[in-house]
Design a protein around this ligand. Structure first.
Ligand SMILES: [Zn+2]
Length: 306
């Protein structure tokens, strides 16, 4: 009999699930609104519904779930879901475990994404990789020696909330100078508006950059410098081999051109001679989160090791 697992990606507005076999093939994929504003009971009901729909009558041996924030099992609660505080209700994950009646593995959503993209682009090629998700935030996951690096309590890899300027821009987390306050999609738009008075989305600013608009050029040049230096800091700290970039903002081709981010990255590498650190564009698009979540379940079954 074939063995299956279910991956769940719990987002702020939607919940998504997929059925995966032990060859890592996605067989079904379903999504629906999570309606978190209606409270925890509604969220639990919707997770149950989406798992049921994705399973499509198949028996599944385990469920993996990616969530905003970090799950702390000792307290049975999530931390760091500022946009959906209902997920931080103590006991939420245990309720899901009781309901599902199979092992439930929970991981930060950026870590799930990092895992899926690591397997898609780096497996067998690089063992030390940073994956960055540049979108509404700046999320990251670290793969160290082919293993997802979680830290002491699962909270590792919050590079988006390391400061590049102690007197810098205020981040939504309340601290000054966070990387996210410069390089998330909304932050890039805001910075451009402050420079130019024009309120535009990142793809529109990129079009201006291509047409040699001086303010768009200045914004991107400053952003190449920040990103290159942030990457160099992490490479210097963990001796990494490659960086994967995903999320909506990562679709801008200029990030990958040699003379841009890479120029600043190279300049700030320290110590041992290193090969160029490739900047790899993520391959899986919005499938990554749910696939990485399913990998957690495959690891539980001994199919994957990370
Ligand atoms: Zn922050």
């Amino acid at each position: 009999m074939k063995t299956y697992v279910v991956g769940v990606d719990l987002g702020g507005t939607k919940v998504e699930a997929c059925l995966m076999d032990t060859e890592r093939k996605v067989l079904t994929r379903e999504r629906m609104p999570v309606n978190a504003s209606r409270g925890l009971e509604e969220v639990i009901k919707n997770i149950r519904a989406i798992v049921h729909r994705a399973a499509a009558g198949k028996h599944y041996a385990a469920v993996g779930m990616g969530t905003p924030g970090t799950y702390v099992p000792e307290e049975d609660r999530l931390y760091g879901s500022p946009h959906t505080t209902v997920y931080e209700t103590p006991g939420f994950i245990q309720r899901l475990k009781d309901m599902l009646k199979v092992p439930l593995l929970v991981e930060n959503d950026a870590n799930c994404l990092a895992l899926a993209e690591f397997f898609a682009s780096c497996e067998g090629k690089y063992r030390y990789v940073l994956a960055v998700i540049m979108g509404t935030g700046f999320g990251t996951g670290l793969i160290i020696d082919n293993k997802l690096y979680r830290g002491a309590r699962g909270g590792a890899g919050e590079i988006g909330h390391t400061s590049i300027d102690f007197n810098g821009r205020l981040c939504e987390c309340g601290r000054p100078g966070c990387v996210e306050a410069y390089l998330s999609g909304p932050s890039l738009s805001r910075r451009f508006q402050e420079m130019s008075g024009r309120k535009l989305e990142v793809p529109e600013i990129y079009r201006l950059y291509l047409s040699k608009d001086p303010q768009a050029a200045a914004l991107f040049e400053e952003s190449f410098k920040i990103l290159g230096n942030v990457f160099a800091n992490i490479v210097n700290a963990f001796d990494l081999e490659a960086i994967i970039m995903g999320g909506g903002v990562s679709n801008i081709p200029a990030w990958y051109e040699k003379e841009n981010v890479q120029r600043y990255l190279k300049k700030s590498l320290f110590g041992i001679p290193r090969k160029e650190i490739p900047l790899i564009k993520a391959k899986l698009g919005d499938s990554a989160g749910v696939m990485g979540a399913a990998y957690l379940a495959l690891r539980e079954l001994g199919v994957l090791d990370f």
